[in-house]
Design a protein around this ligand. Structure first.
Ligand SMILES: [Zn+2]
Length: 64
C-alpha cells in the first residue's frame, strides 16, 4: 500500500495531523496544521480567540 499521507506534528498546538499543512503567517516558513492556519487567518482579521473556536467547530462539523 502506497500513499502520500505524512504525519506531521503542528509546532503551534502539538496536534498530529495528516491534512495538507498551512504555512504560518508569522514567518511564512513554518508549516502548521490547518486549524492553526485558520486561527491565524481569523486572528489577522481581528477575530477573538473564542470566536475562532466557534468558527473552527463549524468547519469541523461541515467536513464530517
Ligand atoms: Zn496546530
Amino acid at each position: 500500500m502506497k500513499d502520500n499521507t505524512v504525519e506531521m506534528a503542528c509546532p503551534k498546538c502539538g496536534q498530529i495531523f495528516t491534512e495538507r499543512p498551512a504555512v504560518s503567517r508569522v514567518d511564512n516558513v513554518t508549516l502548521i496544521c490547518p486549524d492553526c492556519g485558520t486561527r491565524e487567518a481569523l486572528a489577522s482579521l481581528g477575530v477573538e480567540p473564542e470566536e475562532q473556536n466557534e468558527i473552527l467547530d463549524i468547519i469541523h462539523e461541515k467536513s464530517r
